[in-house]
Design a protein around this ligand. Structure first.
Ligand SMILES: [Zn+2]
Length: 215
């Protein structure tokens, strides 16, 4: 997932076109079938999973995004990473008891995440790295409690609110084979599909992708 109203990069950064880091893993886009699959539970959090987490994090930062689920990089396993700039938009609120892994870094990695409680209702503009050029305000729970494992395999319990809660719901959707396109009306979905088909026919589908703050 990405922020639709992302702040502009600092002026000192070199021109994006020349040195923008490429995601190290390919990001799969709709309608790839892996995005429709329910991802498999991870039985053992081992070095292979930790490598996947590290690669996913690097890919997410390079995209740039604020969340990424393993199916988006072609791995059908229940793993997600997120790095939500809490407070950056003035509304995201992770609370003091959340983000147990955020000491010294804002990266959250969750294995086998499960929403065990949800409360309230909120709506944010959501975009998805797997659904280029599409942003929609979607109804989500305003506060959730998520259980799962961290990158060492230890059990964690996270309370997430606001945009942080939205990002986790979005990524957990991916683990269940659901994208934001499945959460909009049939009309919006088919309009998007024809717009994408036209863009692909023109050969400009890649050029329009992942423009920070463009939509
Ligand atoms: Zn997504």
């Amino acid at each position: 997932m990405f922020l639709s109203a992302r702040p502009q990069p600092p002026a000192a950064r070199p021109a994006a076109a020349t040195v923008r880091p490429m995601p190290i893993l390919p990001i799969y886009e709709v309608p790839h079938p892996i995005l429709k699959q329910k991802a498999a539970r991870v039985e053992v959090v081992d070095d292979e999973i930790r490598k996947l987490i590290a690669d996913m994090a690097e890919t997410m930062y390079a995209a740039p995004g604020v969340g990424l689920a393993a199916p988006q990089v072609g791995v059908s396993k229940r793993v997600l990473v997120a790095d939500v700039p809490v407070g950056a938009d003035g509304v995201a609120d992770a609370g003091d008891d959340s983000r147990p892994e955020s000491r010294g870094a804002d990266l959250l990695a969750l294995v086998n995440p499960e929403i065990v409680e949800s409360r309230g209702e909120t709506r944010y503009d959501e975009g998805c790295l797997s659904v280029p050029d599409f942003v929609e305000p979607l109804k989500r729970s305003a506060e959730i409690v998520v259980t799962g494992q961290d990158r060492e395999g230890a059990s964690v319990r996270i309370v997430a609110r606001g945009f942080y809660a939205v990002v986790l719901q979005h990524e957990i959707d991916h683990l269940d084979g659901v994208t934001i396109l499945d959460r909009v009306s049939k009309l919006k979905r088919s309009l998007y599909q024809s717009r994408r088909a036209r863009a692909k026919a023109r050969g400009d589908s890649k050029a329009a992708e992942h423009r920070p703050g463009a939509i």
